[in-house]
Write a protein that binds this ligand. Structure first.
Ligand code: TYD
Ligand code: MG
Length: 451
């Protein structure tokens, strides 16, 4: 019944258009539109039109309490929002070699006896998979595995064996016979994923899609699939570090920004269940330009070190470089520092970094970042038993952050003696915290107290 219409799909961004053009109207890339004769990618809409629509009363709608299967790896369950939900589609992206296949083999081994699983390898031969599994000392070597890249044949197997969870490693190796384009192209990627999503929803089999983050242009990356799946996890790491962070950036079944932390070992990934102090560089002496803050990642407080280097700029416009922090935020803070703190860094380069490859996306890092910059500029360290958090407003006010007490507790637990925090985060009298509180309402006070 499905009428095949000709469409053109941009191989750079995935945008569709009914007509060919030399330049993609969406992303502006040249010569990237390729004819695609597959099914339109929104079969659900057509199905909805074909079937009869029915209006229901909200309170009569049946709710399904998603039952979850714990993966057996608590750090993994944390990012998944409690475990694996039947029929859920989870995308795991990350650089090649970061440990995606290893982690998923460990998850499958840990699910032994609780969920039937299947590992589909499109990337490595089964003997390579077996070699890795025995090298890692995986407890379960009778894991069902399949070497296949044709999505129709994979779905045949899934229909026959009905596993509770299938891992597709990787989605970029899959292809469907319905399209002429090469595996790894945007249209193949999306069509194969769409078929697996449909199968997951119809059968209840949960699907984990592995996607390599690729150098731009080479092959299509996992980003083009994010909107099709329920959960998106990204593997992150700091160059040279043996720690691996799995972050939930989208989750229909749990909180976003939740982190799972692992350490890479010869025997695979080991969970780091208390990662709080992992991201501190622990200087022997206090150093200028370094400030410890307590950030919240998902549901958990984490101590991290914010560093800044301020140095005389040589001609041209001064440089503003951030790693793990927003550069717009830095520019704003420097303006506030000038206007309300009376310190101009207009002729200075400013570099800012979060130690350990951590990313901070909340304004609680404003005050620590600002103090780190001023500390570097003046060559004067902030006392290294001090933690700092607080949002900085454009009027120079220090605004409260969420979960202040919990952050203070975490700092006290790790032996910090003093906390420079927003006035409105001053703990209630009853809260007994073993840490000296310096509560500030304005940036001027904060500068006085810290430096
Ligand atoms: P791999 O899981 O193959 O990465 P990806 O699937 O993301 O490309 O891991 C890369 C290599 O590192 C592989 O040879 C196994 C090895 N490795 C370990 O030895 N220990 C570990 O904890 C991890 C994660 C990987
Ligand atoms: Mg792999």
């Amino acid at each position: 019944s499905s009428k095949r219409s000709v469409r053109y799909v941009c191989q750079a961004c995935g945008a569709e258009s009914p007509k060919w053009a030399g330049q993609c109207a969406d992303c502006g890339a040249w010569n990237t539109l390729i004819e695609s004769a597959g099914e339109a990618t929104t079969p659900d809409r057509r199905a909805a039109i074909a079937g009869e629509a029915r209006i229901e009363r909200l309170h009569e709608v049946e709710t399904e309490d998603a039952p979850r299967v714990a993966s057996g790896l608590p750090e993994m369950d944390r990012v998944l929002g409690g475990g694996i939900v039947p029929g859920a589609v989870i995308l795991i992206g990350g650089d090649p070699g970061i440990g995606k296949s290893t982690l998923l083999l460990q998850v499958l081994a840990a699910l032994e006896g609780r969920l039937d699983t299947l590992y589909v390898s499109g990337e490595e031969s089964l003997s390579q998979v077996r070699l890795r599994a025995s090298r890692l000392g995986l407890p379960r070597l009778d894991l069902p595995v399949l070497a296949e890249t044709g999505v129709e044949r994979i779905i045949d197997q899934l229909t026959r064996h009905r596993p509770g969870l299938v891992v597709i490693d990787s989605i970029q190796t899959l292809y469907t016979d319905a399209l002429d384009s090469a595996p790894g192209s945007v249209s193949q990627l999306r069509e194969c994923a769409a078929r697996l999503v449909r199968h997951a929803k119809a059968s209840g089999t949960a699907v984990i899609l592995v996607g390599h983050v690729t150098k731009e242009g080479a092959i299509a990356g996992p980003r083009v699939l994010e909107h099709m799946v329920d959960t998106v996890l990204y593997f992150e790491h700091d160059a040279g570090s043996r720690f691996r962070i799995v972050r939930a950036v989208k989750n229909r079944f749990g909180a976003v920004n939740e982190l799972g932390v692992f350490a890479m070992t010869d025997a695979g990934l080991k969970e780091v269940s208390n990662p709080s102090a992992l991201f501190l560089s622990r200087h022997d002496q206090p150093v200028a330009g370094s400030v410890i803050t307590v950030t919240r990642q998902g549901s958990r407080p984490l101590l991290v070190e914010v560093q800044a280097l301020v140095d005389a700029s040589h001609g041209g416009s001064p440089r503003r470089v951030t790693l793990g922090l927003e550069s717009n935020r830095l520019n704003m803070l420097l303006a506030v520092l000038h206007r309300h703190g009376g310190v101009s860094l207009a002729d200075q380069d400013v570099f800012a970094n979060v130690v350990g490859g951590m990313r901070i996306q909340e304004p609680a890092a404003d005050l620590p970042l600002l103090l780190a910059a001023l500390s570097s500029f003046r060559g004067r360290p902030v006392a290294h038993d001090t933690v700092v958090f607080g949002e900085v407003g454009l009027a120079g006010e220090i605004r409260p952050v969420q979960n202040g007490e919990e952050r203070l507790q975490e700092a006290a637990k790790h032996g910090f003696k003093r906390a420079i925090i927003p006035e409105s985060n001053r703990p209630r009298k009853a809260a007994k915290l073993d840490i000296e509180i310096v509560a500030v309402a304005r940036i001027e006070q904060a500068l006085d107290q810290a430096l």
